[in-house]
Design a protein around this ligand. Structure first.
Ligand SMILES: [Zn+2]
Ligand SMILES: [Zn+2]
Length: 449
């Protein structure tokens, strides 16, 4: 084990022998930022729910977008972005060895068009008001979700239908107001419950059915306020509560909150199919550590929001799995992604990409590209032959070490760092970094200068 000092927060962090093996396998240098700072840096590139009205810069339609109209970026509505009327290589730039690579990417960012909302547009049906979604149908204001049907006002979702006002649920149906749910059916106002049906106003219950106002139960049914009842008694008592009245719901929520405070808070770890895992909300995973929300994760560490199985061999990976492997420092990269490093928002079979942003739709073997579809052997969006690509990529990696980007606080970005914040198209308070690590404007400004 080796202890290093984080370039960003200046605190010490450890690198384990297993971690070194991963870095060697991925042919990347060990990190210079601690795991938490690395995670926040990636989160600063993800704006899920701060949306604005603006116009499409191609067809002029009035649209909803993640990008404020004052942002100096070109933004296309999703039909235009996914259409064939433009090509990312139109914005191709020659590499200039006298300037830092990230400064050149910043220039490319100001020219190439971004998609208004982050969706795999071609897979969504009747869901124009959703962000960070794919495979959705008839849903409205649902965020960060795949395989979602007839649902609304919910975030962090996978395989759900007929749900409303939920946060982080998967494989669930007919839920309302549930948080942290896995395999729920007809559950309302539950927190951290799994494999349950007809459970209401309950917390941390697993394999339960027909329970009301219960906490920390396993394999139970017909319980009210943690007390066992007969089936008939339960049905009679629950039928007396008028759930059609919002006033009753509010009173019950208050009563439940007071009742649940008597019990110890237990973190919902996951299911019995886990082997050697650590973290929260981990399912069907093995040898996966420091996971926050992960399904089917293997041989991975420091990963978050892997809502769809499988993910294999990934470190520092935020969102979203779905048969992805060999990923390092990637954010919202998934659905068949393989062998990618330092990428943001690259999806649908992204292969062998490095330092790419929105290289979607089967983009492969590319380096430092922004907004590109179905391309191979591109650098700064310029097309090369395979041989030219390999030679230039090798040269740029060398140059990144010799002539690194240095930010305003003196932090050094050589090859091996995720993107510096100048490449995030969002303010800190628009991103999930603010949701999970809130800060004030004064603090954020202080951090950046
Ligand atoms: Zn740190
Ligand atoms: Zn348009």
């Amino acid at each position: 084990m080796e202890t290093r000092t984080c370039q960003n927060c200046k605190k010490d962090f450890n690198i384990e022998p297993e971690d070194f093996k991963f870095y060697e396998k991925m042919q990347v240098p060990p990190p210079t930022w601690c795991p938490e700072c690395r995670m926040i840096r990636r989160f600063s590139f993800v704006n899920i729910r701060t949306l604005y009205k603006r116009s499409c810069d191609l067809c002029g339609a009035s649209i909803i977008s993640m990008f404020h109209r004052d942002k100096k970026l070109k933004v296309y509505c999703n039909p235009c972005w996914w259409g064939d009327s433009w090509d990312g290589t139109e914005y191709g730039m020659n590499y200039d060895p006298s300037r830092s690579f990230f400064e050149q990417m910043k220039e490319l960012q100001s020219k190439s068009p971004y998609m208004a909302l982050e969706c795999t547009y071609t897979t969504n049906i009747n869901t124009p008001y959703t962000n960070y979604t794919a495979w959705q149908k008839n849903s409205y204001l649902t965020y960060f979700g795949d395989y979602v049907e007839n649902s609304l006002y919910s975030t962090i979702l996978a395989h759900i239908r007929d749900c409303m006002d939920c946060y982080h649920i998967d494989e669930s149906e007919l839920c309302y107001g549930s948080i942290g749910g896995h395999k729920l059916y007809n559950c309302h106002f539950t927190i951290d419950c799994g494999d349950c049906h007809d459970v209401h106003f309950s917390r941390n219950c697993y394999d339960c059915s027909n329970c009301f106002g219960c906490v920390n139960l396993r394999n139970k049914n017909y319980c009210i306020w943690n007390k066992q009842h007969t089936k008939e008694d339960y049905k009679e008592k629950v039928a007396q509560i008028n759930m059609a009245s919002w006033q009753t719901v509010e009173l019950t929520l208050k009563e439940f909150q007071e009742f649940s405070f008597q019990f110890p808070r237990r973190f919902y770890m996951g299911d019995s199919r886990n082997k050697k895992v650590s973290g929260e909300y981990v399912y069907q995973s093995k040898n996966a550590h420091d996971v926050y929300i992960g399904v089917g994760v293997e041989d991975s560490r420091f990963v978050q929001f892997l809502t769809l199985p499988k993910t294999k061999d990934a470190y520092d990976y935020t969102g979203w799995g779905n048969n992805s492997e060999k990923l390092y420092e990637c954010c919202v990269v998934g659905e068949g992604a393989s062998n990618c490093r330092f990428c943001s928002e690259c999806f649908s079979n992204a292969r062998n990409l490095e330092y790419c942003i929105y290289a979607a739709n089967s983009s492969k073997d590319s380096f430092g590209c922004i907004n590109l579809k179905k391309k191979q052997y591109c650098i700064l969006n310029k097309q090369y032959s395979k041989q030219e690509y390999e030679t230039l990529k090798f040269k740029i990696i060398g140059d990144m070490d010799k002539n690194p980007y240095i930010d305003e606080k003196g932090k050094v970005y050589k090859y091996g760092e995720y993107f510096p914040l100048i490449l995030s198209p969002f303010g800190y308070n628009e991103t999930i970094a603010q949701e999970y690590f809130p800060t004030t404007e004064t603090e954020a400004t202080k951090k950046r200068t």
